[in-house]
Ligand binder design. Structure first.
Ligand code: ADP
Length: 395
C-alpha cells in the first residue's frame, strides 16, 4: 500500500510517499511561494534522483498536480500511475470536536472552515487543497489526521481554562493542543531508544511553530499550545501566551479594532515581533551575535519560555526520563538548547557542551552525570500520518 502525505503551509506544499509494507520513504518533495508573484522552488528526491527547479505555481492544486507528475515521471518516477496511491493523508490542524483520524467529507471541511478564524494560518490552505483534490481525484480517499487527536488524553485539570463553564461546555473553548503527530512520533521513538514503554518525556518541538509536551507512556499529559496554534511559546510571527485584557488598552490607544489587533498578533508577533529582525531563528541568532539587543531579547524570551514549560512539566510528570529537542530549531540550534538547559541542575539536568555542538541525526547530548537524558531526535510527522491514514483506509 502506498500512502502520500501532504503537509501544507499557507504558501507551501511538502509531501512524502511511503510504501507501508516496509514504511520505506519512496519520495519526498517540497514547493514554496505558491500563489505568490514569484517563482516557486520545487525540490524532489525520488530514490537516488534529486532535482531542483524554479517555476511559477498558481495554487495548491497545481502544486499537488506537479507532485503527482514528479512521482509518475517516466524517467525517474516511482509510480506507474496515480492509481497506485491508496490514499492521501493530511497533517490537518483544527476541526474542534471533530478530532482524531477521519475521512475528509463535507462535514469535516465545514468544521475546518468554521474555525478558520482561530487557525488563520493553517485551516484555509488545507480546506482549499482538500476541496481541489476531491474534485481532481475523486477516486483517491483523503484522510485528515487532526493535530489535536494526540492530546485527547490530557486530563481535565490541565486542559480547562478558568473561564465561565458555559464557554467550555457550549463553545468548546479549552486547551486543545497541536503538533500531535510530532509529539506522538517522539513518544514512540523515545520508548524504543530508552527501552521503556512508560517513559516520562518532555518533548520540545521547536520550529516555525513551537510547542512543548509532557508525555508518559507515549500519552500526552499536558502541552503548551492551547485553544489555537497562536498560543503557548512565542511562535515565529505569532504571539504565544498573552493577556487578552492588554488588547483593550492597545485598541483605545491605536483606534484599531479587535480583528486588526488579532491579525497583527498572529502575523507580526512572536520572534519577529520582539526582534524586529526576522521570523527565522537563524537570522535572529546572527543579528544577536552581531550585537542587536532586540534580537538577543527574542532569543532570551523564547528560551526562557521553553525552560518555564519544561519546569512545569517536570512538576506535572513528577520528574522526567528525557528532554527531547526536535523541529528545525530544536534539532539545529545549540544556542537555544544551551539556554533552555542551563541552571537546571536542581533537576539533575546537565547538557554535554561538546555533544550539544554536533549536528544531525538522533543524538544523546546530556553529560554522563545528568539524571535526565537530553536528546535531539529528528521528528517524522509524515510517517505518523501515513500510519494513521493506512490504518483508517484498511478498516
Ligand atoms: P516548520 O514548523 O515550518 O515545519 P521547521 O521545523 O522546518 O519549521 O523549522 C524551521 C525553523 O528552523 C526556521 O524558521 C529556522 O528558524 C530554524 N532553523 C533551521 N536551521 C537552524 C539553525 N541551524 N539554527 C537555528 N535555527 C534553525
Amino acid at each position: 500500500m502506498k500512502i502520500l502525505v501532504a503537509n501544507l503551509g499557507s504558501t507551501s506544499f511538502k509531501y512524502r510517499l511511503f510504501d507501508m509494507e516496509t514504511e520505506e520513504q519512496l519520495a519526498r518533495g517540497g514547493i514554496d511561494r505558491i500563489g505568490e508573484d514569484a517563482d516557486s522552488n520545487c525540490d524532489v528526491e525520488i530514490g537516488t534522483h534529486s532535482s531542483e527547479q524554479q517555476q511559477r505555481i498558481s495554487d495548491h492544486a497545481a502544486a499537488v498536480q506537479m507532485c503527482l507528475d514528479q512521482l509518475t515521471d517516466p524517467e525517474f518516477g516511482c509510480l506507474e500511475s496515480v492509481d497506485e496511491v491508496t490514499a492521501i493523508g493530511f497533517k490537518a490542524v483544527f476541526a474542534g470536536k471533530l478530532s482524531g483520524i477521519r475521512l475528509v467529507n463535507d462535514k469535516l471541511l465545514e468544521a475546518m472552515e468554521n474555525l478558520a478564524d482561530v487557525a488563520p494560518a493553517h485551516n484555509p490552505p488545507y480546506v482549499r487543497a482538500m476541496r481541489q483534490l476531491q474534485a481532481s481525484f475523486p477516486n483517491i480517499p483523503l484522510v485528515a489526521a487532526l493535530e489535536t487527536a494526540f492530546h485527547e488524553t490530557i486530563p481535565a485539570k490541565y486542559r480547562t481554562y478558568a473561564i465561565p463553564s458555559e464557554w467550555t461546555e457550549k463553545y468548546e473553548v479549552r486547551r486543545w493542543g497541536f503538533h500531535g503527530a510530532s509529539h506522538r512520533y517522539i513518544g514512540t521513538r523515545m520508548a524504543q531508544l530508552l527501552d521503556n514503554d512508560d517513559a516520562k518525556i518532555i518533548s520540545c518541538h521547536l520550529g516555525g511553530s513551537s510547542s512543548v509536551c509532557a508525555m508518559r507512556g507515549g500519552e500526552s499529559q499536558s502541552t503548551s499550545m492551547g485553544m489555537t496554534p497562536q498560543s503557548g511559546l512565542p511562535q515565529n510571527n505569532r504571539v504565544g501566551d498573552f493577556d487578552p485584557f492588554a488588547l483593550r488598552l492597545v485598541k483605545r490607544l491605536t483606534g484599531k479594532d479587535y480583528d486588526e489587533l488579532l491579525d497583527e498578533l498572529s502575523s507580526q508577533g512572536g520572534l519577529l515581533g520582539i526582534s524586529g529582525v526576522s521570523n527565522d531563528c537563524r537570522d535572529i541568532e546572527e543579528a544577536a551575535a552581531n550585537g542587536n539587543g532586540k534580537a538577543q531579547l527574542a532569543i532570551d524570551v523564547y528560551a526562557a519560555d521553553i525552560k518555564r514549560y519544561a519546569g512545569q512539566y517536570l512538576a506535572v510528570l513528577n520528574g522526567a526520563d528525557a528532554i527531547v529537542f526536535t523541529g528545525g530549531i530544536g534539532e539545529n540550534s545549540d544556542v537555544i538548547r544551551t539556554k533552555v538547559c542551563e541552571e537546571m541542575t536542581y533537576a539533575g539536568i546537565v547538557l554535554h557542551a561538546e555533544k550539544n555542538q554536533q549536528r544531525g541525526g538522533e543524538r544523546l547530548i546530556s553529560a554522563d552525570e545528568s539524571k535526565v537524558q537530553i536528546w535531539t531526535v529528528p521528528t517524522n510527522e509524515e510517517l505518523v500520518v501515513a500510519r494513521q491514514t493506512a490504518e483508517l483506509v484498511e478498516c
